[in-house]
Design a protein around this ligand. Structure first.
Ligand code: OSB
Ligand code: MG
Length: 378
């Protein structure tokens, strides 16, 4: 199904989280979210979401750099141009352009949803998804005491979550994790995510995580490191999962070659979109590396993309695709995303995103908007 994007409307909305979310490098209270509305030449339209945050503490991108990149460099590469398949869009966006993966992904993924809308076909089936439902994990931010964390984790287990991820940082790690392990027992599927808070000097300390029988530890070392993680993995029994470091297929190949980890968290926004996500998924599958879909505190629009991606066969580990009410008092899609008592989220079968976007609510939340169209270039 060919596509030709005639206009892209950028909007910033602000959506307060139901509770602050703290990771090792900072806290988020209200999400500033960049939404895109893409309109095709034949009138079809869809929405996408850029996962960049307020401040560059996860990757070098922010919502402001992404807005600039889309307006100045990326949208001009696709507007008014005809693409035979959505897979061709990634090439046009990335040629001779370094970085800005989250900005690229917002357009690239939107192009896939536009193609799915036009087909008409579900986004999951267009991507080659096979799962009807996705196992769901929760990511719990750093809490003020081990007891608070154990309470939160116990509640999550009771709600049916199939994987419980606990954010850690130096000084708030081993005793916090042991409190949860003691409360929930050794059958509970627990993991930790350090978001780059350690260095190899902490190796002896990190090796003690092995006593906790975690499913994995996510990104203990620097955001752009692959080599040192290999050294750490040689010392640890707990599987290392890379998140921040895997920004493209080459970094996934590096991880596999160097044995820097045994699992990858694929966030399509981090790797410039679905084409790269699928390539990383396929590479991992042929190397017996399981993958799962991470989250970036997306609204219900971004969640639709994550759920569709996670329906691919090698997404064998529960994803951070928690239901809407874990993040928001009210989401911007209907129906809102829900999870059943056994921790499953259903993959929509209806065409395109599979959820309705609440335009009126988005209007009310919008703080900035601009529409990009093809400009005549010399
Ligand atoms: O490291 O996975 C991470 C949120 C913001 C930045 C980084 C991360 C996260 C999460 C949230 O863990 C997962 C979710 O969206 O539920
Ligand atoms: Mg992470």
């Amino acid at each position: 199904m060919s596509l030709q994007i005639e206009s892209i409307t950028l909007r910033e909305i602000r959506l307060p989280l139901v509770e602050p979310f703290r990771i090792s490098s900072g806290v988020t209270t209200t999400r500033r979210i960049l939404l895109l509305e893409l309109v095709d030449a034949d009138g079809a339209s869809t929405w996408s979401e850029c996962v960049a945050g307020d401040f560059p503490n996860y990757s070098p991108e922010s919502i402001d750099t992404a807005t600039l990149a889309i307006r100045e460099w990326l949208a001009p590469r696709v507007l008014g141009r005809r693409f035979e398949t959505p897979g061709d869009v990634a090439v046009a966006l990335s040629e001779d352009l370094r970085g800005h993966e989250m900005a690229q992904a917002a357009i690239e993924m939107g192009a896939w949803a536009l193609a799915a809308t036009k087909a008409p076909q579900s986004l999951a089936s267009l991507l080659g998804g096979t799962r009807k439902r996705i196992g769901t994990g929760i990511s719990i931010g750093i809490q003020s005491s081990p007891e608070d964390l154990a309470n939160k984790a116990e509640k999550a287990l009771g709600e049916g979550y199939r994987k419980i991820k606990l954010k850690i940082k130096p000084g708030q790690d081993l005793d916090y994790l042991h409190a949860v392990r003691n409360r929930l027992g050794f059958d509970a599927p627990l993991m930790a995510d350090a978001n780059n808070a350690y260095t190899l000097d902490d190796t002896d300390h990190l090796v003690q995580l092995d006593d906790l029988d975690l499913v994995m530890v996510e990104q203990p070392l620097a955001w752009d490191d692959v080599a040192r993680h290999a050294e750490l993995q040689r010392r640890m029994r707990t599987p290392i999962c890379l998140d921040e470091s895997i920004t493209n297929i080459a970094r996934a190949e590096d991880m596999i070659r160097l044995r820097s980890g045994r699992i990858i968290n694929i966030k399509p926004g981090r790797v410039a979109g679905f084409a790269a996500s699928k390539a990383i998924h396929d590479l991992c599958e042929s190397n017996d590396i399981p993958v799962w879909c991470g989250g970036m505190l997306e609204s219900g629009i971004g969640r639709a993309y994550n759920v569709a991606l996670a329906s691919l066969p090698n997404f064998t580990i529960p994803g951070d695709v928690s239901p809407s009410n874990r993040y928001w008092a009210r989401d911007i899609v209907s129906p809102e995303w829900t999870m059943d008592a056994d921790g499953w989220v259903e993959v929509p079968e209806s065409p395109g995103l599979g959820v309705e976007v609440d335009r009126e609510r988005i209007e009310a939340l919008t703080v900035q908007r601009e529409t990009l169209r093809r400009t005549s270039r010399v």
